[in-house]
Design a protein around this ligand. Structure first.
Ligand SMILES: *Cc1c(COP(=O)(O)O)cnc(C)c1O
Length: 221
């Protein structure tokens, strides 16, 4: 058994229906995914387009696939037909490309905008000014009919300082509330990973993305 059944059950109990669990299965084999699937898990997250496409084709069709990595515009068309939610949208250009591919398929693709909340410059994401521009500008203009912005996603700094992480998550929650009021309705606030999901749920997260806690450490990243 690669998956620890008790860890999974404890996690589901701890989330207590308040947050959706996205099981982050990147780099992990299909057999591990099927073990969680057999326990009832349906939401899975992947970071790499190639890997996601291969897994989607070979695994049960009722899995809800979340794309949580940094998505390149030229790869959108490979996942647009089946992806359940794209978490990491961090530019208007990418929004426009998703819209274009969704339009070709005559469907609406659900997305989350990624916000830069961490101290590290290397992390991706929009700032508040860019969010304002997207929520008030392009969308009101009716230009993007084939995407639906369902909420926000963010990653906190890699630090053991829990107060600092809490501050970053609180900031993201405040932004979520702001846009839910002015541009809403929004549904998902995707924040929290294996190391910080308890802080995230204490600060308003309703969707956590958890990998290593469930599947064990990853050998490559
Ligand atoms: C890998 C990854 C996760 C899961 O990380 P763990 O620390 O293994 O839980 C969550 N979100 C994103 C965006 C990731 O890339």
């Amino acid at each position: 058994m690669a998956i620890n059944t008790k860890t999974y059950q404890d996690l589901i109990a701890a989330l207590n229906g308040k947050a959706t669990l996205v099981a982050v299965s990147k780099t992990k084999p299909a057999a591990d995914i099927l073990e969680l699937y057999a326990m009832g898990q349906r939401d899975f997250g992947e970071n790499y387009v190639q890997e996601l496409v291969a897994k989607q084709a070979s695994l049960p069709q009722d899995i809800r696939w979340h794309f949580i990595g940094h998505l390149q515009s030229n790869k959108v068309k490979q996942i647009a037909a089946f992806v359940y939610l794209i978490h990491g949208v961090d530019s208007l250009k990418l929004l426009q490309e998703i819209n274009k591919q969704a339009k070709k398929l005559n469907k609406v693709v659900d997305v989350l905008l990624q916000v830069h909340i961490a101290k590290e410059e290397t992390k991706f994401g929009l700032d508040e000014k860019e969010l304002d521009a997207i929520f008030t500008g392009e969308l009101n203009a009716g230009a993007l009919q084939n995407i639906s912005i369902k909420g926000l996603m963010g990653m906190a700094s890699m630090t053991g300082d829990r107060a600092a992480i809490a501050k970053e998550f609180s900031y993201l929650k405040a932004l979520y509330d702001k846009y839910a009021t002015t541009a809403g309705p929004l549904r998902f606030l995707s924040m929290g990973m294996s190391g910080d999901y308890t802080i995230a749920t204490e600060h308003g997260s309703n969707m956590v993305r958890i990998g290593s806690l469930l599947f064990g450490e990853r050998s490559k990243e």
